[in-house]
Write a new protein. Structure first.
Length: 338
């Protein structure tokens, strides 16, 4: 190759690679600047649908009835999916039955919110069967946590807010013992303001940040990785919670997400409840808080512990996709929703 041709080739290579870099940066900025659409808040007379898109509801009719009574006390009507109490091995009905229930209420313009009866496992098996056309025309609040994280991810990627909050099976406890759980759920669906002051922690990584709140169950977030249901956390604040895992499993998940670049442009992490952690024969050697700090030590975003959300009685509602301000000190942390 002549010297002139080599020079031209290098200039072209630089021009196009630079252009691609700028395009990629612009795409990233556009993703961060997108404001998610907010479904209409509930009002008296609205109808809420109860569905079970995941695990089986064995001996849980009382909780579902209590859920209906609770909604009625708020002036809301409710309907129950046709297959909610079906049984198909691990699941609340076959994949087709669970999908049919969810699709029916997604399409029904009279339904203003969809409340998942429980989590467990099974949502991922029907995600790709769903048609979101009617939902996008007339969005509604979708509520749940745990396995429902998979559904929250898809809703987020469609450009809509959703609510991480208690499910019908949470009502196995006396309402007085879960008063905050219930009241924050009500505040979220009726559009009352939300803000939380969290108990401080010596493990808190201090700092201030803002961005859309995303996330949910850590295992589900990990299993979505590499699929169209994975969420981009660039410019966002990630909430995580977990139940029934070994510490080394949690570390493995965080390392996997880290190697995939998941946290590269993250603006903060809010750590919820890490419930019923299992003990391995070889002990991990540090607290779960220190494990998380060590795994995320390469990043300078703030990390807040002690968010009372997840698989315990106090499970405060979070509006996923909503912009929040995160203020973290050692003494306390604040989550302020826009």
């Amino acid at each position: 190759m002549s010297k002139n041709l080599l020079t031209i080739s290098l200039i072209c290579s630089f021009f196009f690679s630079g252009k691609n870099t700028l395009l990629a940066q612009n795409d990233a900025l556009q993703k961060q600047d997108i404001t998610l659409k907010q479904p209409p808040y509930l009002k008296a007379g609205d109808t809420v649908a109860i569905v079970a898109p995941s695990g089986i509801l064995k001996n849980r009719t009382d909780e579902v009835q209590q859920a209906q009574k609770l909604l009625k006390s708020w002036g809301l009507h409710s309907i129950i999916g046709d297959h909610v109490f079906n049984k198909a091995n691990h699941f609340a009905g076959t994949d087709d039955e669970r999908c049919e229930d969810l699709q029916k209420v997604l399409d029904d313009p009279k339904i203003r919110a969809i409340w998942c009866a429980r989590g467990g496992y099974g949502m991922v098996r029907i995600l790709d069967k769903l048609d979101w056309s009617s939902f996008k025309e007339k969005p509604k609040w979708i509520i749940g946590y745990s396995d429902i994280t998979a559904l929250h991810n898809d809703i987020h990627n469609l450009g809509f807010e959703s609510i991480h909050a208690m499910m019908c099976t949470s009502l196995q406890d006396d309402l007085n013992s879960i008063e905050v759980t219930v009241s924050t759920f009500k505040d979220a669906v009726f559009g009352n303001s939300l803000s939380y002051i969290l108990e401080g922690s010596e493990y808190n990584k201090t700092g201030n940040s803002s961005g859309q709140l995303v996330g949910g169950n850590l295992t589900i977030l990990h299993t979505m990785l590499g699929s169209k249901s994975s969420i981009d956390v660039a410019g966002k604040i990630l909430f995580i919670e977990e139940i029934g895992e070994y510490k080394y499993h949690i570390d493995r998940i965080l390392q996997s997400l880290k190697r995939a670049g998941y946290f590269n442009d993250c603006k903060g992490v809010v750590v919820g409840q890490m419930t019923k952690l299992r003990k391995n024969t070889t002990l991990w050697g540090t607290s779960i808080e220190q494990l998380i700090l060590d795994a995320l030590s390469d990043y300078d975003f703030p990390i807040a512990f002690n968010m009372p959300a997840g698989h315990e009685k106090e499970n405060r509602a979070l509006i996923l996709g909503r912009n929040i301000e995160l203020i973290v000190t050692k003494d306390q942390s604040k989550l302020i929703f826009d």
